[in-house]
Design a protein. Structure first.
Length: 241
């Protein structure tokens, strides 16, 4: 982990993606819609909805957009049915790529994902070709706003169920099992010296590949191209940032 430099790179790339597309609200709306359709609109009992709503708040998504999406999901809106689809493959230099999408048109999404791989030096593989290299975990990235007792924090966060916490410069990364994600996020939230920048359950690679800056740029071109699709929600990869 490269601490502040790493998070700055992530924010820059994410900002570039969002500025280019203006699609972030569409992606979050799909997550909210799917979460409500599957488990209802009570965020207290619907973990997927809580995570989606957190993303909406972090992205400054207007409440009207959120409310409208929830109402659509609760109503019988004809023609709107999203399906979760997984795509797996390799970026340049053998970097494993795991793509999660929500779509109402599998053919369109498959074509967009295949084109992104083909045009950016990657290879779209068969189902299961890289999934074994990843594990679904909770990942929380927080910024240190003040100095604090990191040893005491580590003990608290591990007691809340965290698997690991890495601290570099002004950023802390916290990993947990899916089941412990909520309690770990609450423990991080209770730290006055921390501001949570992102928190989600996602696929995390078991091992990460060291790449040169030029090689990493090639990999990120593919990641950016995949995010260009409205249907792609998350892209996980095994390159070390």
């Amino acid at each position: 982990m490269a601490g502040h430099s790493k998070w700055s790179n992530i924010k820059h790339r994410k900002g570039r993606q969002d500025a280019k597309r203006g699609k972030i609200f569409t992606k979050i709306s799909k997550e909210i819609f799917q979460a409500v359709r599957q488990s209802g609109d009570n965020a207290d009992t619907n973990a997927a909805l809580r995570i989606a709503l957190d993303k909406a708040r972090q992205a400054n998504m207007p409440n009207d957009n959120i409310d409208r999406t929830i109402k659509k999901a609760l109503g019988n809106v004809e023609g709107i049915t999203y399906e979760e689809v997984i795509y797996e493959g390799y970026a340049p230099y053998g970097v494993a790529v795991y793509v999660e999408a929500l779509t109402e048109n599998r053919n369109r999404t498959a074509a967009e994902v295949r084109l992104a791989f083909n045009k950016n030096g990657g290879n779209l593989g068969e189902s299961g070709c890289v999934a074994f290299m990843f594990e679904r975990k909770g990942v929380i990235v927080a910024e240190k706003t003040h100095d604090f007792d990191e040893e005491e924090f580590l003990l608290e966060i591990l007691e809340a169920g965290a698997l690991d916490a890495q601290s570099e410069e002004d950023v802390v990364e916290i990993y947990s099992d899916q089941e412990a994600f909520e309690s770990v996020k609450e423990a991080a939230n209770n730290q006055e010296e921390l501001t949570i920048l992102s928190a989600e359950v996602t696929m995390v690679p078991d091992t990460k590949m060291e790449l040169s800056e030029e090689q990493l740029d090639e990999v990120m071109k593919l990641v950016d191209a995949l995010f260009d699709s409205d249907d792609v929600q998350r892209v996980s990869h095994s390159a070390k940032l």
